[in-house]
Design a protein around this ligand. Structure first.
Ligand code: SAH
Length: 253
């Protein structure tokens, strides 16, 4: 594995604290990018993903096509390069995952057109858009109502109105829409939630970062009633919370 891929693994974090800000360039330093630069910036992002050994052409094409910057709330857009290989803040103490980790998790799930996919942690809506661009029927659960509302607007504006977003606690999954072919969890539980395993279709697969401060991606496959588990990359995601505390961050930049 090359140094770059190792580096990418080390910065596979959906939290801002450790890596985010030190890697982010302020928009003011970007030479006043014009909207027509976005496609070129996405092409550079995709070239970097190829260098990190992302090979699924459908995933790369989706990420070339989707306007990632539009999923970052406007008041946060100036804070970081939306196409840089790092997480970016989206408010409420949350981040949009770095492009590498979005591409990697999606690629590992081999999402096929028409498959029923559950995402836990809608955040900005970007990962949901990538899944929808692959032709999946996407259901996404977000615990912070304001983030769910922003994601809804961005998904509608960018042509992904088919994605269904629900405000709720991801520990319960989305029973009414189960079973799912694929479940992608983009926040970190300490243990794999039972309800999510129960809502996975026979033959289905799930990817979930498990652990506390640092986590390991776990890939599960349900086969003949058994659950196969593969331990994968070390990552750092925001925690999968059990409820919204009274002191929840109000999202002010
Ligand atoms: N997939 C997102 C990034 C996720 S950041 C994107 O593409 O932008 C993690 C998200 O998980 C945050 O928005 C956070 O509010 C949400 N989250 C944390 N705990 C949760 C829970 N129990 N249920 C649902 N969402 C949760």
């Amino acid at each position: 594995m090359s140094t770059w891929v190792l580096l990418a693994e080390m910065v596979s974090t959906a939290t801002l604290g450790v890596v985010g800000l030190c890697c982010c360039r302020a928009a003011d330093d970007m030479g006043g990018s014009q909207p027509e630069d976005w496609a070129a910036r996405r092409a550079a992002m995709v070239a970097q993903l190829r260098a990190y050994r992302i090979q699924d052409e459908a995933v790369l094409a989706a990420m070339q096509q989707i306007a990632r910057h539009r999923f970052i709330p406007e008041s946060f857009r100036h804070r970081a390069d939306p196409y840089g290989d790092h997480p970016c803040p989206i408010g409420f103490g949350q981040t949009i995952s770095q492009p590498f980790i979005v591409a990697y998790m999606t690629e590992r799930m081999h999402v096929q057109p028409g498959e029923q996919v559950l995402e836990i942690g809608t955040g900005s809506g970007y990962q949901a858009a990538v899944l929808a661009a692959l032709g999946a029927r996407v259901y996404s659960v977000e615990i912070v109502p304001e983030l769910a509302a922003h994601a809804r607007e961005a998904l509608d504006a960018e042509g992904y109105a088919s994605v269904q977003v629900r405000v709720g606690n991801g520990y319960q999954g989305w029973e009414a829409r189960a079973p799912f072919d694929v479940i992608i969890v983009t926040c970190a539980p300490e243990q794999i939630p039972d309800a999510l395993v129960a809502q996975l279709r026979e033959g289905g697969r799930m990817i979930v970062p498990v652990g506390e401060q640092f986590q390991r991606l776990v890939i599960l496959r349900k086969r003949a009633g058994d659950l196969e588990q593969e331990q994968d990359l070390m990552v750092r995601f925001v925690p999968m919370v059990h409820g919204r505390g009274k002191d929840a961050d109000d999202g002010t930049p």
